[in-house]
Write a new protein. Structure first.
Length: 333
């Protein structure tokens, strides 16, 4: 079950720095707009202490973590939906992801130029959302045009879904986000084939200063982002891109000492990866044996046969039973 998350945001706010830290990559990170032209892509392991603990107590050849594909997508500016900056190229790239990691600048630094001259998280978030709405409005308009022909032909399926299309169009044409419609799970499933950008789950990632990290207290910028996340039912994580980038270059032993200096138990990026999994409603089951200790991706709520099918489709088709034990009981024994 391949999972892909896209790092997006206003141009030049630290997206590529965070991408490099997440993936231990060396994508170009610069102090000017649009340094990312094509999306950088990398696959990262999902940290899971259970895999480590099981592997330490049994005889096995290797351990295999879950994986998450990360895309660093070109920066957005106001007017992207009309071709400004990298325009539609950026918006097309977002369609490829399952979840959006929306990086928001929450620090002051006169040496790092902001495309709008000042730091204002609320404005930056609104600019991104407006461009996504405008792009989705175009998609909905096209769908309505095609569907109207089927409605005239008295196609029942087209007639059933048309009111939903019109509801979306009415909301987006006022540049209002479709989240205010409180779509049901059934309605979301009905429009899934349109792959709307505004329906994708979002985590707001506060890129904070080193000072804020050390103080352990939210700045006004971060508080503003958290308030927006709560209002819009988004995930929210705060990390210091600068520190995470330094951490990614250290050995495991040096990382432990580095984290202690900042009073941290783990890198902020671990939290971001786990939050992405939670946002997508993912869960994990583990298998252990002589060949490997392995974590498997499943959707929360899957039945045992469905979970077995993640390993091999035959396991689901010919399912008899699953012998399971909780992680805690396994370790205790």
């Amino acid at each position: 079950m391949g999972i892909r998350a896209g790092i997006v945001g206003i141009t030049n706010i630290g997206k590529t720095t965070i991408f490099n830290a997440l993936t231990s990559s060396e994508a170009e990170s610069t102090n000017y707009s649009f340094s990312t032209v094509k999306p950088n892509t990398a696959v990262v392991e999902v940290p899971d202490y259970r895999v480590d603990e099981i592997f330490a107590h049994i005889v096995s050849n290797k351990k295999v973590y879950n994986h998450l594909e990360i895309m660093d997508i070109a920066g957005l500016v106001k007017g992207s939906s009309k071709g400004e900056g990298l325009g539609n190229k950026f918006l097309s790239d977002i369609k490829l992801v399952d979840a959006i990691l929306h990086v928001v600048r929450c620090f002051d630094d006169e040496n790092v130029v902001h495309v709008d001259k000042t730091v204002n998280p609320k404005r930056d978030i609104e600019n991104i959302e407006t461009e996504l709405i405008i792009k989705d409005l175009e998609t909905v308009e096209n769908r309505i045009s095609k569907n109207e022909k089927l409605v005239k032909a008295r196609n029942k399926e087209a007639m059933d879904i048309h009111p939903l299309y019109e509801k979306l169009f009415s909301k987006m044409s006022e540049l209002e986000h479709p989240r205010t419609l409180n779509l049901t799970e059934q309605e979301k499933e009905m429009i899934k084939d349109m792959n709307l950008l505004t329906v994708k789950p979002v985590i707001l990632v506060c890129n904070i200063s080193e000072e804020e990290l050390m103080e352990g207290k939210d700045s006004q910028y971060t508080e503003d982002v958290k308030e927006i996340a709560k209002k819009n039912n988004c995930g929210v994580v705060k990390i210091c891109g600068k520190i995470e980038a330094e951490l990614s270059l250290l050995s495991n032993e040096d990382k432990i000492e580095f984290l202690k200096d900042y009073g941290l138990e783990e890198p902020g990026l671990n939290l971001l990866i786990r939050e992405t999994y939670n946002l997508l409603g993912l869960g994990t089951f583990l298998t252990e044996g002589e060949i490997e200790v392995k974590a498997w991706n499943i959707k929360q709520g899957m039945t045992a046969p469905q979970a077995a099918g993640v390993i091999h489709t035959d396991f689901e088709k010919k399912f008899i039973k699953a012998e399971i034990i909780s992680y805690k009981d396994f370790v205790d024994c």
